[in-house]
Design a protein around this ligand. Structure first.
Ligand SMILES: Cc1cc2nc3c(=O)[nH]c(=O)nc-3n(C[C@H](O)[C@H](O)[C@H](O)COP(=O)(O)OP(=O)(O)OC[C@H]3O[C@@H](n4cnc5c(N)ncnc54)[C@H](O)[C@@H]3O)c2cc1C
Length: 402
């Protein structure tokens, strides 16, 4: 099988590469490389977001009428691949990728005019309030209540694992507006301002030393009925639309392949603990070879998903296959990187960020300083966006039983 790009696609790739050379500064690249978490730290994320928004490339996948680029599947792939290869900061998805398309699809004219421009400008920073202490995989069991009082909703309850809620100005939530019928009915999708007395954010520190997630408490928090997205009681439909976008992800394989190549390079000079070099260790070389083959296979799957989606014939279960394989692969690559650092990798730096003038100095070298936080942080890959077990159930139900 041979993949090749058309002349227009090659021109487009050159345009992306030139843009990156001119706009993605070494400070941003270095910050991105030294971010052990899924999303880059807010300072470099904000800076990079502004640059992309100015170019019109921050919300490239929105519908054209809402400011999207109308790119083909191949263009999206080329764009995401070049950004990954250039070490562009990984931007939080909650506003632009999760809420943006929802508002484009279900939002009222007022919601679109009020919120979409502020997502792009960065004035609003959104977090996602779906999971609760008793509702994760089984999301429909959520209990946070919203009761209608005149022209507003009053919200009580709690959300958990809320990524970057401590930076957020706004939260989109699934809430129960009616508990009398079947569980999926009676759920509504609301937008809330975080800056109000009825909302409290408490940090949850991860085993990697990061503060990424939080628990959010609502104690008579309020929002206007203008902030109901879709129809009251039909928020489950909105949530399903959002979850399918969330699980779609972006093209991960190009970044994985670049990371595997980096691990291979580092292994060339790393001791294997038996007076030799890890790079010459046949078992380790085989581990990396297998990972590389898997990443190449994932790339083909990601291309197929992009193309099927563009042609309107995407089987959602394939997205589950890609999420399952991609999450496992991410963890294996980070484990291989930890092996390269060997004993030097057994240091857990809790201070963030790990770049810039105030970054703690590495005890051994930068790669070793990043190895353990990255490895530990990536444990979450098989949980968020739908756990491995849930993906396997979806695959078994939809692909294997037909
Ligand atoms: C780093 C991180 C960031 C997150 N960010 C957000 C966020 O911003 N907003 C948000 O709303 N949520 C967020 N989440 C929450 C995430 O969506 C949930 O953790 C996930 O859906 C799993 O739910 P749970 O934690 O309640 O685990 P549970 O659903 O309780 O699952 C516990 C275990 O049981 C297994 N299990 C559950 N049900 C089944 C089943 N039917 N069959 C087989 N096995 C099953 C699971 O696979 C898992 O291994 C985040 C989570 C993490 C780790």
């Amino acid at each position: 099988m041979k993949f090749s790009f058309s002349k227009d696609e090659i021109d487009f790739r050159n345009e992306v590469v030139t843009f990156l050379e001119q706009n993605l500064t070494e400070r941003l690249r270095a910050g991105s490389r030294a971010s052990p978490s899924v999303f880059a730290e807010p300072d470099i994320a904000r800076e990079w977001q502004e640059i992309l928004a100015q170019k019109g490339w921050y919300n490239y996948y929105w519908p054209v009428e809402n400011g999207g680029q109308g790119w083909s599947a191949t263009q999206k792939y080329i764009y995401e691949k070049e950004l990954a290869l250039a070490d562009a900061p990984s931007l939080p998805v909650m506003g632009v990728k999760l809420l943006g398309p929802i508002l484009c699809h279900y939002g009222t004219a007022w919601q679109k005019a009020e919120y979409l421009p502020k997502i792009l400008s960065g004035e609003h920073f959104w977090c996602q309030g779906f999971s609760e202490p008793g509702a994760g995989s089984d999301l429909a069991s959520l209990k946070t209540r919203a009761r209608r009082e005149g022209d507003k909703y009053v919200i009580n309850g709690s959300k958990i694992w809320t990524t970057q809620a401590h930076h957020a100005t706004h939260i989109f939530c699934l809430v129960r507006t009616d508990a009398s019928g079947p569980r999926q009915e009676g759920i509504s999708f609301l937008l809330l301002d975080m800056d109000q007395p009825g909302i409290e954010v408490r940090p949850i520190h991860s085993l990697a030393g990061d503060h990424e997630v939080n628990q959010v408490f609502f104690d008579d928090a309020v929002t206007s009925v203008d902030n109901l997205v879709g129809v009251e009681g039909q928020g489950w439909e909105v949530a399903k639309f959002l979850l399918s976008n969330e699980r779609m992800g972006t093209s991960r394989a190009p970044k994985y392949l670049a990371d595997i190549a980096r691990v291979r390079r580092l292994a060339g000079g790393a001791p294997n603990g038996r007076e030799g070099l890890l790079g010459a260790d046949a078992f380790f070389a085989r581990e990396l070879d297998e990972l590389e083959l898997d990443a190449k296979a994932l790339e083909v799957l990601e291309l197929r998903i992009l193309s099927d989606n563009a042609n309107g014939c995407l089987k959602r279960e394939l997205v589950s296959v890609s999420k399952l394989l991609g999450s496992n692969m991410r963890q294996k690559i980070d484990k291989a990187a930890l092996k390269v650092s060997a004993n030097a990798g057994v240091q857990l730096e809790a201070q963030r960020p790990l770049y810039g003038n105030s970054a703690p100095a590495p005890i051994f070298n930068k790669e070793a300083q990043l190895a353990a936080p990255t490895y530990l942080n990536s444990r979450a890959w098989t949980i968020f966006g739908g756990t491995n077990e849930i993906q396997k159930t979806l695959i078994a139900r939809e692909l294997l039983s037909k």
